[in-house]
Design a protein around this ligand. Structure first.
Ligand SMILES: [Zn+2]
Length: 214
């Protein structure tokens, strides 16, 4: 096994591969004394330190405006990443980007409890695993019978209720939430689009709309 790596390839694998980006990353490594001009390879033992130097100075972002904004506000120098999977904020996934954006919106506007009505078991699992680490979630199976008392308790409890009409959701269940007590209607969002990213974008738009009106 070789005890060093090609600097060019190492930078590419880490997301610093674009023509305008690579020289800047390389210059940072030279400045830190980890390599010098013209040198092609770097020893393995220097890699952790090199990684640290780059992360401390640069924020890698993909082309999404939210990720770009995140990088610009990071206090570090924003650099466009390639491949997308090296984006610090979204890791190249539309779902992850939407999840992060929702968490940001919730933090900003004090939303802590979200009830989501509908969606498949796999989707509920993903939401629990990602959003559930930060937010309190109530994920309601839209194919099971629910009493109006329980639905009203959900409406009472939640800061935001997403009724996901494009998913596995029986009309009788969705109706309990969309036609609940009038004082809760403002926190209910009916989402007609498919996909987690679309669901969460609608939630963000609603949070911004409601909070923007204050
Ligand atoms: Zn991104």
């Amino acid at each position: 096994m070789s005890s060093d790596v090609g600097i060019d390839q190492w930078l590419r694998e880490r997301g610093y591969g674009l023509a305008e980006v690579k020289p800047r990353a390389r210059a940072a490594l030279e400045e830190a004394g980890l390599t010098r001009p013209g040198k092609q390879r770097m020893s393995l033992e220097k890699l952790p330190r090199a990684e640290e130097v780059l992360r401390a100075r640069f924020a890698l972002h993909c082309e999404s405006p939210e990720c770009q904004q995140y990088a610009e506000h990071s206090g570090r120098i924003p650099l466009r990443c390639d491949p997308r999977s090296t984006c610090e904020r979204c890791g190249g996934s539309a779902n992850q980007a939407a999840e992060n954006a929702l968490l940001e919106a919730c933090r900003k506007h004090g939303v802590k409890k979200i009830c989501i009505v509908g969606g498949s078991p796999a989707v509920r699992e993903e939401l629990e695993a990602t959003l559930g680490r930060v937010l309190e979630l109530r994920l309601v199976d839209g194919t099971e019978r629910r009493t109006s008392e329980r639905a009203n308790r959900d409406l009472e409890w939640a800061d935001l209720v997403l009724v996901w009409g494009a998913s596995e959701l029986h009309h009788k269940v969705s109706w309990l939430y969309t036609q609940g007590p009038p004082q809760h209607r403002r926190k209910v969002v009916l989402v007609a689009k498919r996909g987690i990213a679309a669901l969460l974008s609608e939630a963000i738009a609603h949070i911004d709309r409601v909070s923007g009106g204050k």
